[in-house]
Design a protein around this ligand. Structure first.
Ligand SMILES: Cc1ncc(COP(=O)(O)O)c(C=O)c1O
Length: 348
């Protein structure tokens, strides 16, 4: 972990990874007695909790992730923050937590960015300021019961690319040994508990030389679900295909790519995708806020020994590349934001 003091000296923006580098200030807001309190700004990296807090006892926690970019024009932009505000509200409601009002969420994003302006990576470095909002149930309970008090926290960290390899294809694997979530479970929400067991599956994949696990649907294990902490899409001819499933997180990046694909004249199909169909795709990638798009070279089925080679020459496909550059160009203010996805944040 890099400390803020170390950053006072000099930061090599282009060598940032996706590790946590705490910005100076984080924000907190408590909910109790039926209302949200004042937004507090603090330098503390700690949070005091009752040891019986429901977040600790029963995993009553939800979170989000979004990025802030310094553009070519020097303006600072948040990407689709209203969608993150809506999604954390839905996640909270799923766990009987008091939803954070969307206006409060957006106000806190603007505030944390202003207070940590020196951590916004300059244009041209490929880095960004990552914002991690999270909400915890903090009422003490021994019985399995939900909280009536909550804390909403927003923290920030400058980050570089998620994958060290950068925008180049990596192999992933399919295994039936692990499910990310249960059928009728919490897969469509960003609930911390979804990620605990995925750490085990992710480590297994990394140990075997894969960048992540491509999960199958947990009910039948026939259809593609998602790719570690990212959605999956493939290009087949002139069609963008991506799984439709109630056990995957509705990725904001994927939604953006679907729109950009339509803008490029592609047909977009959001539907069930059989594993066997991987034989017929021309390109495939994982997508999410962290990596934007991460092209896939090969998908190995660890249980059957079957291998789907997506990119024999190990280069990213042309459509994936175009989608990636179009999205990044909007985020960095290099291309017109015709869909109104960005919010300029005034730092004064
Ligand atoms: C399980 C999972 N799927 C998909 C995504 C990608 O979603 P987004 O594009 O909104 O970051 C994420 C990351 O937030 C995730 O954790």
């Amino acid at each position: 972990m890099t400390t803020a003091r170390e950053m006072d000296n000099e930061i090599d923006w282009s060598s940032l990874t996706f590790d946590y580098t705490p910005a100076d200030i984080n924000l907190r807001c408590h909910y109790s007695d039926g209302k949200w309190g004042e937004i507090e700004a603090t330098r503390s990296q700690e949070v005091a909790l009752p040891i019986a807090a429901t977040c600790l006892q029963y995993g009553q926690e939800v979170f989000e992730g979004l990025k802030i970019f310094c553009g070519k024009d020097g303006k600072v932009r948040a990407f689709r923050m209203a969608d993150n505000a809506r999604r954390i509200k839905e996640s909270a409601e799923a766990l009987i937590m008091e939803p954070v009002p969307e206006e409060m969420f957006c106000e806190m994003v603007k505030k944390i960015v202003k207070l940590n302006a020196r951590f916004i990576p300059p244009y041209g470095t490929g880095a960004s300021l990552y914002i991690r909002p999270l909400q915890l149930g903090i009422s003490p309970q021994i019985a399995v019961r939900h909280s009536t008090e909550f804390v909403f926290i927003m923290m920030a960290s400058p980050v570089g690319p998620y994958f060290r390899e950068g925008f180049c294809p990596t192999p992933i694997c399919v295994t039936r040994r692990f499910d990310r979530v249960a059928p009728c479970g919490t897969g469509r929400w960003k609930v911390g508990g979804n990620y605990a067991y995925s750490l085990t599956a992710g480590k297994m994949a990394h140990d075997l030389g894969y960048s992540s696990v491509l999960y199958l649907d947990p009910r039948e294990k026939r259809f593609l679900d998602e790719c570690g902490p990212a959605n999956f899409f493939a290009i087949k001819g002139n069609t963008y295909i991506t799984p439709k499933s109630d056990s995957i997180l509705p990725s904001i990046t994927n939604m953006s790519f679907m729109q950009l694909a339509r803008d490029m004249g592609l047909t977009v199909e959001q539907r069930q995708i059989l594993l066997d169909e991987l034989d017929e795709v021309d390109e495939a990638a994982a997508c999410g806020t962290a990596a934007v798009a991460s092209p896939i070279s090969r998908i190995d089925d660890l249980d059957t020994g079957r291998s789907f080679v997506i990119s024999p020459d190990n280069t990213p496909g042309p459509i994936t590349t175009e989608l990636y550059h179009r999205l990044r160009a909007i985020q960095y203010g290099e291309a017109a934001d015709i869909h109104g996805w960005t919010t300029v944040i005034d730092l004064d």
